[in-house]
Design a protein around this ligand. Structure first.
Ligand SMILES: Nc1ncnc2c1ncn2[C@@H]1O[C@H](COP(=O)(O)OP(=O)(O)O)[C@@H](O)[C@H]1O
Ligand SMILES: [Mg+2]
Length: 237
């Protein structure tokens, strides 16, 4: 069976500057894959490349179909949701309004109420704050809102860009616990990019290590965790 998402020879560039140099990676259906790398390695660009938000070459397949070159909105409609770097929250809108925007690509308005309920079940704190302006939420709550908003499009694949950034360890653990629950209970596959290798390797089943736009190592998370150089450079022990 082909993987849910497969990138081959993926390149991306900003203007004349190429920043991804032929990546190959996959996310299995039902799996959680992480792409690790230092600041500037190309993690954010990789997710943007999958979503059609940057100029690319190479192929990206989702459920066996080519999606490279498609418009972002079309890609979302096919079942890929992106929680971007910086979270993409509309600070002046309420929690509820932000969530409704996450469902904009869907036509079945009738099931919208059920989706709010389902998302609030995973993030009860957002239910309590439905009518509050997003700008008044804590950093952790804003990250939860970003993930929740992505879920509103009923994706099969969730792309998460450094959800741990700037958050306290306890809050990070809570968010990762919820992501795991969503993965297990709903079968939503996850592609997580992270600088925080320790927590990402705990969550993911498969990992890739990105250095200056190239995959320099990949394998089951347990293998990377045991790897001497990964430990020294990315795990700090
Ligand atoms: N909008 C942009 N224009 C030009 N260069 C960019 C832009 N965004 C990122 N880059 C460059 O692309 C490379 C990869 O960046 P990025 O994907 O953001 O890395 P990461 O998310 O791993 O920190 C870096 O060298 C960065 O400076
Ligand atoms: Mg980034």
């Amino acid at each position: 069976m082909p993987a849910l998402l497969e990138a081959e020879n993926l390149e991306a560039q900003y203007g004349w500057t190429k920043v991804l140099h032929g990546l190959r990676f996959a996310v299995e259906a039902g799996g959680i894959t992480t792409i690790l790398g230092a600041n500037g390695a190309g993690k954010t660009t990789t997710l943007r490349a999958v979503c059609g938000m940057v100029k690319t070459a190479g192929t990206v397949r989702f459920e066996g179909r080519r999606i490279d070159g498609k418009a972002t909105e079309e890609i979302v409609r096919l079942g890929i949701a992106h929680t971007p770097e910086g979270r993409g929250t509309f600070m002046n809108l309420t929690v509820q309004e932000n969530l409704r925007l996450g469902a904009y690509v869907r036509k079945d308005r009738a099931t919208l109420a059920g989706d709010f309920e389902r998302v609030y079940q995973y993030f009860p704190v957002l239910a309590q704050r439905q009518r509050q302006q997003a700008g008044t939420l804590s950093g952790g709550e804003q990250q939860m809102l970003a993930v929740a908003r992505a879920l509103m499009s009923r994706p099969r694949l969730l792309l998460l860009d450094e959800p741990s950034l700037g958050l306290a360890p306890l809050v990070v653990r809570e968010i990762f616990r919820i992501v795991r629950a969503i993965n297990r209970e709903e079968g939503v596959s996850v592609l997580l990019v992270e600088q925080n290798a320790a927590i990402a390797l705990d969550l993911a089943d498969h990992a890739y290590l990105l250095e200056t736009g190239r995959v320099v190592m990949s394998g089951p998370s347990a293998d990377l965790r045991r790897n001497e150089s990964v430990r020294r450079s990315y795990l700090g022990y």
